[in-house]
Design a protein around this ligand. Sequence first.
Ligand code: ADP
Length: 289
Amino acid sequence: MTTMTTSNIESPDLASIIQTYNDVTERLHRSHDALAQEVCRLREKLHEQDKELQRRERLAALGQMAAGVAHEIRNPLGGIGLYASLLERDLSDRPKQCEIVRKLSAGIRNVESIVRDILAFAGDGEPSRRPTLLARVLEDTLAQTAPQAHARRVDVSVDTRLDSVELLCDSAQIERALINLILNAVDAAGDGGRVWLRSCERAREGLLGIVVEDNGPGVPDELRQRIFNPFFTTKDAGTGLGLAIVHRIAESNGGEVRAGQRAGGGAAFVLYVPLFRECQDGGIQREAG
Ligand code: ADP
C-alpha cells in the first residue's frame, strides 16, 4: 500500500488532503480484502453445491438403473415364489424334501426384500405429506421391529414425550426410515443390547430430531461419510441400502439425517422431520438454530 507522509508538509490544507487520501486508500484496501474473502467463500460454497449436485445426479442415475433391474427381477421372482409354495404343499408328506423347499422359499423372500429395498431407494414418487401424529407412526414401527428385537433380546425404549408431537410428513415413508434405523441399532447393539428413541435436545427450528441410539460399537469416524452411500455395507448379508433409503426419505420429506456418537458409547442417528404442531403440555423442548 502506498502511504503519503505529511510530516514535512507546511500547508495544513495539503496535509489534510494527503491524510484524507491515505484514509480512503486504507479503507479501499480493507474493503478489497473483505471482498476477496467473500469471493473465496462464495467460490467454496459453489464448489460444495456443485459436488452435491453431481452426487444427486449420480444417485438418480444409479437409482434408475437399480429400479430397472429390480423390476425385471420382481416378475419372474413372483412366479418362482408361487411354484415353491405349491411344491411345499405337494411335498407335505415328505419332510426331507419339504425342508429343502422351505429353504428355497426363505431365499426367495430374502431376494424379494432386497428388490423392495432397491425400489424404495429408487423412490416411489413424491411423498404425500400430511399432519401425522408421531405416536401412531411409532406404534406401527415398533410393532414391525419387535420380532427382530425380541429374537436378539434387545430392549427398545421410547421416550413417551415423542408421542404428543404432530409431524408434517409421509407417514409410511417416515415409518420405513425409522424401521431401518431401529433394525440397524438392534443389529449393532447385539444380543441383550439396548436401543433408545428420544427427541433431540438441539432440534432445528421447525424440525423435530428423532434420535435412535444404541449401545453397540458405534460408527467408526472414517466410515461416517460413506455409510449413507447406496450399497455400502460392513455386514456379510447386508445390502447397504438401508441408510441410503433413510437419507432419501429424510430429504424428500423436507428433513435430514445425521450420524453421530451416543454419549455413553454406541451410535446415535438423528432423523429430522418437519413439525406440524407441538402439543402444549409436556411437549418436546426445542432450541432454535
Ligand atoms: P446394511 O444394514 O445393509 O449394511 P445400511 O445402509 O443400513 O446397510 O448400513 C450401512 C452400514 O452402516 C452398515 O453396514 C454399518 O457398517 C453401518 N451402520 C449402520 N447403522 C449402524 C449402527 N447403529 N451402529 C454401527 N454401525 C452402523
